[in-house]
Ligand binder design. Structure first.
Ligand SMILES: [Fe+2]
Length: 322
């Protein structure tokens, strides 16, 4: 078994211990009850040999079981059509984000602290021949998360009328708090005569998981994408595992990916050293998805991250979340 700053890195098929964190089923012979039991214990579920249509059906059954239908339909239909970097697939899934040559993706959970999501599924049609491995990381709920900040939107203005608040919130429904004033350094997303919508850093809070019933710290995208510590951690982890396609040099910033339309950009925070970031995880599972693999997990318990690949490679993955 490999380790990174003392945190185990399990490879299914090579490390027997990975079985305590990952349950594998075959598409022709799976038991929905066992799948639910596994994800409720915060285990990863991998169903092999599952075509996209059946994966969508299975995910839909889980969505209904956990009463997440409204969230799922909004994410896969309404939100997907508004996003620059994603496309809806049959209204049950979305394509994963486009990225530039050799970029890596830092650990993150799907969604953000203002729009939290509970269930995540990842289906693979085709993976890169060289590269494209996923790193699934179980967040250590007993670790010190006090240095992490979530970037959240807020509406700011003096004596705002309900109509002014509605006008400001129109394209920013996830801006929940209304403040009289804020730090002048906060990024402004929108401004009207009455006030503005800003992005501000707030301490990370625990939230209840619909799947496991636990109060959990989740490494949302609005916690990790702006934090250099997570990009640096991912770069060094991939380098230490010897799987990084190192065509861009030896600086993590050369591989960093932040979406152009991300409300959480730019990357302007740093929560600690690589060692401190490594201490936030119980373990990592290194797994390269194969065609018709379907991965299901408690989105609040696990972060996911991806290695890079050369631009001529073809990688077709779709995501489902609710
Ligand atoms: Fe993701």
């Amino acid at each position: 078994m490999k380790q990174f700053y003392g945190t185990p890195v399990f490879e299914p098929g090579q490390d027997a211990e990975s079985e305590q964190h990952l349950q594998i089923f075959e598409a022709g012979d799976f038991d929905l009850g066992k799948i639910k039991a596994a994800i409720e214990k915060n285990q990863l579920v991998l169903v092999r040999g599952m075509a996209f249509e059946r994966a969508g059906d299975l995910f839909g059954q889980l969505v209904d079981h956990y009463d997440l239908r409204d969230s799922y339909d909004i994410q896969m239909q309404l939100v997907a059509h508004m996003m620059e970097d994603r496309e809806a697939v049959d209204d049950v899934a979305v394509t994963v984000n486009e990225r530039g040559p050799f970029q890596i993706i830092q650990p993150h959970a799907e969604g953000d602290s203002s729009s939290p999501l509970d269930l995540f599924g990842l289906h693979c049609r085709q993976n890169a021949v060289d590269g494209g491995e996923n790193i699934l990381s179980l967040v250590d709920q007993d670790a010190d998360h006090s240095l992490l900040k979530a970037k959240e939107k807020a509406i700011v203005g003096q004596n705002l009328s309900p109509a002014s608040i509605n006008e400001l919130r129109a394209e920013h429904l996830d801006a929940k708090d209304v403040l009289a004033s804020c730090d002048a350094a906060n990024r402004v997303l929108k401004e009207t005569a009455a006030g503005k919508v800003v992005v501000r850093p707030v301490p990370l809070r625990k939230e209840k998981s619909v799947i496991s019933g636990q109060d959990m710290y989740t490494l949302w995208d609005n916690v990790t994408v702006h934090d250099h510590a997570f990009h640096k951690h991912q770069f060094e982890l991939l380098s230490s595992l010897g799987i990084l396609k190192d065509a861009r040099g030896d600086n993590y910033q050369d591989y960093l990916h932040v979406e152009g339309d991300s409300d959480w950009a730019p990357a302007d925070t740093e929560s600690g050293s690589v060692e401190q970031t490594a201490g936030l995880f119980t373990c990592h599972i290194l797994y390269k998805m194969q065609a018709d693999d379907f991965l299901i997990l408690n989105n609040k318990a696990w972060s996911h991250a991806v290695n890079n690949w050369a631009p001529e490679e073809v990688r077709k993955l779709t995501a489902m979340y609710a």
